[in-house]
Structures are given as C-alpha cells and as structure tokens.
Design a protein around this ligand. Sequence first.
Ligand SMILES: [Zn+2]
Length: 181
Amino acid sequence: MSDSCAVPGSTESCDIVVSQADAKTETRCSACGTEGRPVERQTVLHHVKHEHLERVSDEAFRFCGDQQCPVVYYGDRETRFSVDEMRELVGAKATGDARPICYCFGFTEGDAREEIVHTGKSTIPATVSGLIKAGRCACEVRNPSGACCLGEVNRTVKRLTAERETSMKETLTPADDCCAR
Ligand SMILES: [Zn+2]
C-alpha cells in the first residue's frame, strides 16, 4: 500500500522493498548473460537506426558491453537491438582503428595509435578531460554505452602504449642477435 510510505519513519523500509523488487527483474543480457549497464531511453533513441525506432518501447533498457555479443540494447520485456541496427560503430563491440573511443569529440582508436606510434604518448586523454571539465561532453547520449568516454580513452591509450613497447622490444631482439655475431 502506498499509504504506508507517508508514515514517518517507514521511508527506509519502503526503499528496501523497492530495491528488492529491482533485484528480481532480469538485468542480464538474454543472449550472453552479461550484466548490462542501465541506459536512458533517450540514448537508445539516439543510436538505433530510424527504421527500428518504432520498437523502442517504454521498457527499462540496458547496454550489453560484451565484445563478442551482438546485442547492444535489451529491454526488460524481450526487446533487443543488435550492432547492425545501430547508426554508428559501437566502441565496445568493434576492434581496429575505426573503433570510436570518444563519441563526444570524435576520437578513434586509430587517432590514438597514430600519436602513440609517432610520439610514444597520446594527448587525447588530456584533451578529452579538458573538454569534459569545460562542460562540452554529452556522453550519456552520444556514447552508445551511456557512460563517460574518458574511461575507454584511458584504457585504449594504456593498451596501445603497452603494445608499442612490446613491438619495440621485439624489433630490438633481432638487432641484438646481429651484433652478437
Ligand atoms: Zn550480451
């Protein structure tokens, strides 16, 4: 009964009831079992191709971040949208240089790789965090995951930097062999 919520002191117990009810709803992707991240309906509307918009219901949607899983959004009542129903490449599902790492300012994995190959580091994380501080990001809508781009930017830069270091070590090894002759 909703009346009990109005009784002073009972608010806390009402909150517990609500969170238990939430825990019972299916929060995992029905295709891969990954626990998805809740996203706003607005985010789903922004990314789904126009010919599929009529399927965007009032369900509670989540984003599946599993790289191998083709499902991008799933609702709590069976509606699903897959990678080929999106307007753009989904960073969490794609690989290679075209993969977007920051949707707000348009950086791709290739942009970060090029900088790292030439200079050994990337200015992208500082640029992105500066623009975020200046209030110019809209990750919650522009990024299909609904999350801030900076985390993915930092992870990608770290991985590419490590990959470059590894490849440099590999190219040094044959040279060492030559000198040892
Ligand atoms: Zn999935």
